[in-house]
Design a protein around this ligand. Structure first.
Ligand SMILES: Nc1ncnc2c1ncn2[C@@H]1O[C@H](COP(=O)(O)OP(=O)(O)OP(=O)(O)O)[C@@H](O)[C@H]1O
Ligand SMILES: [Mg+2]
Length: 341
């Protein structure tokens, strides 16, 4: 694993990823598109970031590599292995992107040059950025292809000769080439069919255990999040509205938005029937927000919800010792998913 120059004792760093108070402004918007995000991931841990389309999941995960849209302004801290990504030098940022942290994107075909062999694609970064001899880089690429369930023969293939599922395995191997401490997977399995998706999710969990990687798994699919993650962050309109262990949060959500998302998720054990959809739309970025962003769509909302933004606080009686937190004035009224099954 890579150890940042500024941190002498890696064991003193509690989280591989530690985001605190991240705010992100984009040109032409009336409020921050990310509004005070706190999120952490430890080594060997899988953390899911879930929420509806447009809630800010991709912007959060891209901020970790400082891949911000043009004209964006950011404040807060985004520490990876102890170093703040938002303020690090260009040289440290390059080292971060080619080593400490790696991103697996949703669409492998869009992220890979169809005219170059898989082997060249896999080894390029190590050869160019770390001056690794070609032979050694080839050997590492071959080993990683085996680790992701392919054979070293794939090194000589072109992207067009591989299926979508095989290509996503290549993308995962590519992400692991630099021995990252942190892996970011943004809807990495969404484009795959259900069987391949399950295989790739299992593979990611195996690799996380084997390499003790911290994994941030971004998805709009709550079923997948429940399968793969230790902890979950639920995002709405650029804010974290609820977080907790996957078990506690899915068994007894305390935010009406999490409850509504769960009710809108197909469950294998639920009786057949119409799925509940969440009425209404998320707030427009061109409008300022007062109060709770979910209030206009919330069945529990009262006057205070329209007037005051709820502070994030620990859920009382959380068996997880305080990891379950919620930002809702009326979390005690939320009954949990069972009533919606
Ligand atoms: N480059 C950009 N320029 C302007 N607005 C952007 C840009 N990228 C994202 N946004 C806006 O920021 C908000 C959050 O976007 P983001 O892509 O992070 O959402 P998401 O949760 O990943 O959604 P999805 O599930 O659809 O991928 C959205 O309202 C989106 O329109
Ligand atoms: Mg996204």
């Amino acid at each position: 694993m890579n150890t940042p120059a500024t941190v002498e004792d890696p064991s003193a760093v509690p989280y591989v990823l530690d985001i605190k108070g991240l705010r992100l402004w984009l040109p032409g918007t009336a409020r921050p598109v990310l509004d005070g995000i706190d999120l952490s991931v430890s080594a060997g841990e899988t953390v899911a970031l879930v929420g509806e389309s447009g809630s800010g999941k991709t912007l959060t995960s891209r901020s970790v590599l400082r891949l911000l849209p043009p004209g964006a302004g950011a404040s807060g801290t985004v520490r990876v292995a102890g170093e703040d990504v938002l303020t690090m030098t260009a040289a440290r940022l390059r080292a971060l992107r080619t080593g400490t942290a790696a991103m697996i994107f949703q669409d492998p075909r869009a992220a890979i040059n169809p005219l170059r062999r898989i082997g060249d694609f896999l080894t390029e970064s190590l050869r160019l950025n770390r001056m690794m001899p070609a032979e050694e880089a080839d050997r590492r690429a071959g080993e990683l292809l085996v680790a992701v369930g392919l054979t070293p023969a794939a090194l000589r293939r072109y992207p067009g000769q591989l299926s979508g599922g095989m290509l996503q395995r290549v993308m995962i191997a590519a992400a692991l080439m630099g021995e990252p401490a942190l892996l970011l997977a943004d809807e990495a399995t969404t484009a795959l069919d259900v069987t391949t998706q399950a295989e790739v999710v299992t593979l990611l969990a195996d690799l996380r255990d084997r390499f003790h990687t911290a994994l941030l798994f971004v998805t709009h699919d709550l079923g997948l999040a429940a399968t793969i993650s230790d902890r979950v962050y639920v995002m709405y309109a650029g804010r974290i509205v609820e977080t907790g262990s996957a078990d506690a949060l899915f068994a007894r959500p305390r935010h009406p938005y999490t409850e509504a998302l769960l009710a809108a998720t197909p469950r294998l054990d639920a009786p057949q029937g119409r799925l509940a959809a969440i009425d209404g739309q998320p707030p427009d970025l061109r409008a300022e927000l007062t109060g709770c962003p979910f209030a206009p769509r919330c069945v529990h909302a009262t006057t205070i919800c329209a007037e005051q933004a709820p502070a994030d606080r620990p859920v009382t009686g959380d068996p997880g010792g305080g990891v379950h937190r919620v930002a809702c004035h009326h979390s005690d009224r939320v009954q949990g998913s069972a009533t919606h099954a």
